[in-house]
Write a new protein. Structure first.
Lengths: 308, 380
């Protein structure tokens, strides 16, 4: 499959596809981070994660519409306002869901899976009723559009760069929250030993709720970033949920570094293969490889040793 | 809480006979032929739900990819029927006569090798059971011998369902793509599209389903069935007692896959096509809810659950398409939060005590009627 291209062309192809892969990687990381917190740290399967992401996307859409009609002058910063709002909207919904649904099911992980699937159906239909069945696109501020020419063949789109920058910032922020803050220490304590954490005075229920909210909030930000590279429809979230779960499981559910590493591997493999095979076969091949590796190494790439 | 063994068998037998009477006598008597075909379609999903009762209810293995096996069975049947429908005479306007129409549209000039054996009905019938079971064996062997279970197993089966759907849609020339395999007409020269054929297929389907349930009841009340329950509740203890836990899990997963395949094949026969929309993630998880509504531990309940959810789906989406997803989502949540044992649980805790007090004796007298073997003759 490489024979038809010269070396320099191949180089450019790999560079361009590599960049497309980096953008996909960013979206995967953003989605998977939230899921890794909820699934890895709390052991809860949140099948509605994609819908929390779409909520963030719709918040961004409404926000950009609002700025366009009410305050066009502030348009350049609309995106960042939207992102913060998306975080809080998804986070708040997540905390409500935790209170009303998830907290009764911590002991029954398979049932959480079914209940959150039901939730995702309800949310999807709610989006469809409110925003319509058609996909919506967000108008980006002008400075986010266009692309930087790097060489004659290679061009780098600006929105892709911004998505990557946001991903980097959020990943660092999550790492700091989880490993350097008091809240993170509490979360990790509850994960490692719930009874002991409770015994030393940590309000484990509150920690659960905030952790779930944080994971959902990050999904909201992911949705917000997602609007820069694609349009949003009521069922867009479902398209990504299986990929994202595979990313988290492949990386080793309890390890944040593992999540990032596996998101990188999967997205790069998929986008490089996509150029040479048809899109669907690239995806089949990538997913099959991941499933194959998981069968050989069920614990994922990176394992955090936790005494249960 | 659980009644003594013999009493439990008695109620199960009674439930089985009532179900047989319901499916073979009541439904064909009350429902018009068009709706009966629809009920027949629902009953093919019940095969999957029964498989899930064994796999999930008894052994605690939640597979979110049962649509894979349903689809594989269905596709095997559809391939046979399609080859029969694509005789050189029937397809002489194609550039390559004698191959299925969608292959011709996709510029294929010869029948792919893996289609060849499906000229034979005997091979097809074996394949309907063997192909799903073989795939289930591969998945099960890889996962269970490495002690992957629970949530991880669920996610991976779901991923496999996604892979298979993408593969079927992507390989249009070999599989018919997103439309699936359509325009199926005859089975060994017997037209399956007529009303009388549909009625006959309904009864064939019903008998197969009852047979599968009887077999499943046998599995569950055997020693094997009790080991399955034991490993669901305390896997390590079963392992430490010297049992090969993986082998039992692989068996029950393959068994569930094989009966889902039968369901898929009957679906193809009754509906007249097979498409990837019955393979993927969404149908697979819907099949889990059929089982959950019926009661994850009740083989008989699974059938009623399937019928009820599908009846609701059809009624709702005919009159209020908007509300259906809300209702379905609510059902998922309600069944998990409020009725973890589904219809069977409601029956056991509310109806049965009442029943036991008032009508236990008439129920005993009624028994011979439901078990009658002459029922299809009456309905025809």
């Amino acid at each position: 499959m490489f024979a038809d291209y010269s070396w320099s062309e191949l180089g450019s192809i790999f560079a361009m596809q590599g960049f497309a892969g980096l953008v996909l990687f960013s979206v995967f990381v953003l989605m998977a981070l939230g899921l890794a917190i909820i699934f890895g740290q709390m052991g809860v399967i949140n099948m509605a994660h994609g819908e929390f992401m779409i909520l963030g996307a719709y918040v961004t859409y409404m926000c950009s519409n609002f700025f366009q009609s009410a305050a066009p002058a502030l348009m350049p910063i609309s995106f960042f306002v939207a992102m913060v709002l998306a975080f809080f909207a998804s986070g708040a919904l997540g905390m409500l869901v935790e209170m009303g649904l998830i907290r009764f099911l911590y002991k029954r992980p398979l049932d959480t899976l079914l209940a959150t699937w039901g939730l995702s159906l309800i949310l999807q239909q709610a989006y469809r009723t409110i925003f319509g069945a058609r996909e919506v696109g967000v108008t980006l501020p002008e400075w986010m559009m266009g692309s930087l020419p790097l060489t004659d063949i290679i061009e780098i789109p600006i929105n892709g760069l911004i998505v990557m920058a946001i991903t980097l910032a959020i990943t660092v922020a999550v790492a700091v929250v989880m490993f350097r803050s008091r809240f993170g220490a509490k979360v990790r304590a509850v994960v490692q030993n719930r009874q002991m954490a409770g015994a030393v005075g940590i309000d484990t229920e509150k920690v659960d709720r905030l952790t779930f909210g944080l994971g959902c909030g990050i999904a909201g930000v992911a949705g917000s970033a997602f609007t820069m590279i694609g349009s949003t429809g009521p069922s867009s979230g479902q398209l990504y949920i299986v990929d994202t779960f595979l990313v988290v499981v492949f990386g080793g559910a309890t390890s944040l570094i593992g999540t990032v590493a596996s998101a990188f591997t999967i997205s790069q493999a998929q986008s490089t293969l996509e150029f040479f095979l048809s899109g669907s076969m690239a995806k089949v091949l990538t997913l099959l490889t991941v499933v194959g590796i998981l069968m050989l190494r069920p614990q994922g790439l990176f394992v955090l040793k936790v005494r249960r | 809480m659980t009644p003594p063994f013999h009493a439990a068998r008695k109620t199960e037998l009674f439930g089985f006979l009532v179900l047989a009477a319901f499916v073979l006598l009541v439904l064909p008597g009350v429902v018009d032929p068009f709706r009966l075909n629809l009920v027949g379609k629902y009953l093919t999903y019940a095969f999957v739900a029964v498989g899930l009762v064994l796999c999930w209810g008894s052994a605690g293995i939640l597979s979110l990819g049962q649509g894979i096996f349903f689809g594989l069975g269905g596709y095997c049947m559809a391939m046979f029927l399609k080859l029969e429908a694509s005789t050189p005479e029937a397809t002489k306007i194609q550039s390559t006569p004698g191959i299925p129409d969608f292959m011709d549209w996709n510029q294929l000039t010869a029948l792919p090798a893996f289609w060849e054996p499906f000229h034979s009905l005997a091979f097809t019938i074996v394949a309907i059971v063997a192909v799903p079971a073989a795939l289930a064996f591969v998945i099960g062997f890889a996962m269970f011998t490495r002690r992957v279970g629970g949530v991880y197993f669920a996610i991976i089966t779901q991923a496999i369902a996604a892979i298979l759907t993408i593969l079927i849609i992507g390989q249009q020339g070999y599989t018919g793509g997103v439309n699936g395999i359509t325009d199926l007409r005859t089975l060994l020269g017997w037209d399956i599209r007529t009303d009388s054929a549909k009625t006959i297929l309904y009864f064939v389907n019903a008998f197969l389903l009852l047979g599968v349930i009887a077999l499943s009841i046998a599995v569950r009340s055997s020693k094997l069935g009790r080991i399955l329950v034991a490993l669901r509740d305390k896997e390590d203890r079963v392992r430490f007692s010297g049992y090969d836990v993986a082998a039992f899990k692989i068996f029950v997963f393959c068994f569930a896959a094989a009966i889902s395949g039968i369901g898929g094949a009957m679906f193809t026969l009754q509906v007249g096509f097979m498409s990837p929309s019955f393979v993927g993630i969404v149908p697979s998880i819907e099949m889990v809810i059929f089982c959950a509504v019926g009661g994850r531990n009740s083989l008989i309940g699974a059938v009623y659950g399937t019928l009820l959810v599908n009846w609701g789906k059809t009624t709702f989406s005919e009159s209020f398409p908007e509300l259906w997803l809300f209702a379905m989502g609510g059902l998922f949540i309600a069944v998990v939060m409020a009725f973890p044992n589904g219809l069977a649980g409601i029956y056991k805790s509310y109806v049965q005590p009442l029943f036991a007090r008032i009508v236990v004796r008439p129920a005993h007298r009624r028994r011979p009627v439901g078990g009658g073997k002459t029922t299809p003759a009456i309905a025809e």
